[in-house]
Design a binder for this molecule. Sequence first.
Ligand code: C2E
Ligand code: MG
Ligand code: MG
Ligand code: MG
Length: 284
Amino acid sequence: RVKHGGGGAILHFEPEMGQDVHEHRQLERELRGAEERRELRLHYQGRFEPDGTLVGFEALVRWQHPIRGLIPPDRFIPLAEDTRLILPIGAWVLREACEQAVRWNFSQRNLCMSVNVSPMQFEQPEFVVQVRETLHATGLDRRCLILELTESMVMRDLDRAQEHMSELRTLGVGIAIDDFGTGYSSLSVLHALHFDHLKIDRSFTRGLESSSANPARITQVMTAMITLAHNLNMSVTVEGVEEHAQLQLLRTLGCDHVQGYLLTRPVPAELAEEFIPVATPASS
Ligand code: C2E
Ligand code: MG
Ligand code: MG
Ligand code: MG
């Protein structure tokens, strides 16, 4: 789904867009200023212990287009990357997610907000400063923020990644490796870099379905990933849990956290709020 354009630029096409360059350019124009026009929205998907206890939320951006309706991130994040619009968008997402976490009193509730970071954002020399300033401006406890990075973005420039990650660690925020197991260098990335959390990609979870061709095999792979993560002092979140049978199995495999449609879809703040227990638990 990536086409190489004439000028050497890489353009992203989605089949839903009709592979129409004109349409693509149009969307690109409309994306410019979407943030100032307040068309961006964050939805929040809960992350839970296998027994159902809420541990936090992942913030997931959507574009509320005045005519086209709600556009999912896969349709405009690649576009935003191509045009550098991801920088203001990413800054907005971080700020908004942190503000929400403060409004929801995450610090006292021991909850964490996970924010996806795009490659271009992460590579900015001032990225760590931006995170620090956002924490400062919003007053969010550093321990309540988790940044989700992907393998391909950190492998692109290992030295830079190492540097930024050690600065982020000093800052005290958590760092997760997202979509684990889908790239070309999944094990190398764990060897080279220190993450706090590992998120197993939902393509593995799908293999645990009752209809799966070889559930025993995928269970072995999943078990090995969980053991590996624990041996490296990482907590494990399994993504894409859709069936009760998957959850049951994951409980026995010892994964720390689960996320998926079975528990909740990503929803607007006012609905996400309902997952937060009413009583503030005694702080530990
Ligand atoms: P991700 O970070 O791996 O987020 C998980 C995606 O899986 C979300 O899609 C979520 O809605 C979906 N999902 C969660 N549970 C299930 C499930 O049980 N079944 C299925 N089939 N899907 C599930 P979404 O919100 O469309 O986001 C897609 C991707 O877009 C994200 O993948 C992330 O890479 C990117 N993204 C989203 N928000 C942001 C953002 O604010 N900044 C950046 N840079 N990227 C973002
Ligand atoms: Mg993510
Ligand atoms: Mg993921
Ligand atoms: Mg993803």
